[in-house]
Design a protein around this ligand. Sequence first.
Ligand SMILES: [Zn+2]
Ligand SMILES: [Zn+2]
Length: 268
Amino acid sequence: MMYLADYHMHSKYSFDGHEEIHVLCEEAIRKGLKEIAITDHYDMFQDKKYSRELDLVNLYKDIARAKETYKDKLIVRAGIEVGQPQASPDEYRNFLANYELDFIIGSVHNLEDALDVGEYDFSKMDICKVYEHYLDYLIELATSYDFDVMGHITYPMRYAYNQLGSYPDMNLFKERVEALYKLLIHRGKGIEVNASGFFQPMKRSMPDLELVKLYKECGGEIITIGCDGHYLQHIGCAVKEGLEVIKIAGFKTITTFEKRKPIFKDIE
Ligand SMILES: [Zn+2]
Ligand SMILES: [Zn+2]
């Protein structure tokens, strides 16, 4: 039996989420998951006027309640998906000091212009240049910030694919992605296989198989799987496809977290 865990999902507390925490838990149980991490968006912005308030107090109250309610059926972890903490390091430090979490995804959604990369018009841009710049941000995040796994490291490619029907050969970026992996491994951090691409036009994970293999070759061990669902139907929906990628890349275990400590679980 595969160990089914979805370590990336959004509740109504995210600006773009919809569901109550307990509804996410019920859905996870219904789909046969053993474990979930609730990872709502906490994005940092250089221009504070774009900041969307996240009700952290009630979010973590609801998660604590769910941990208790479902403890015999489902392991529920208190997580966060922090977006570009380098835009506001003090705010992020303050957050870390005030909340006791199980798991943190470190992501980049916005570069310096306050537009989510997903809102770019790739027909007017050079996707390779955008991705090189995105990698600058990931490398900065990996070098100096606190988190457990790096989120969807090929994020711009999902949107490029949606708009253009293709994305560049990731081998073009192999050297820099390798440097990123080495940094993450050196700092005891991992990556996620973000399975949301399987229910979007690209029909691949972020990163895709080739880059998951590269992570393995670099000596990576910490690897989580997340469907990044913002709607109920996507909770846990592509965990099996994601696990398949991780298995083919040569991993025998996936990683879960409790109080920020990795726990390795046999895939089968
Ligand atoms: Zn994200
Ligand atoms: Zn997300």
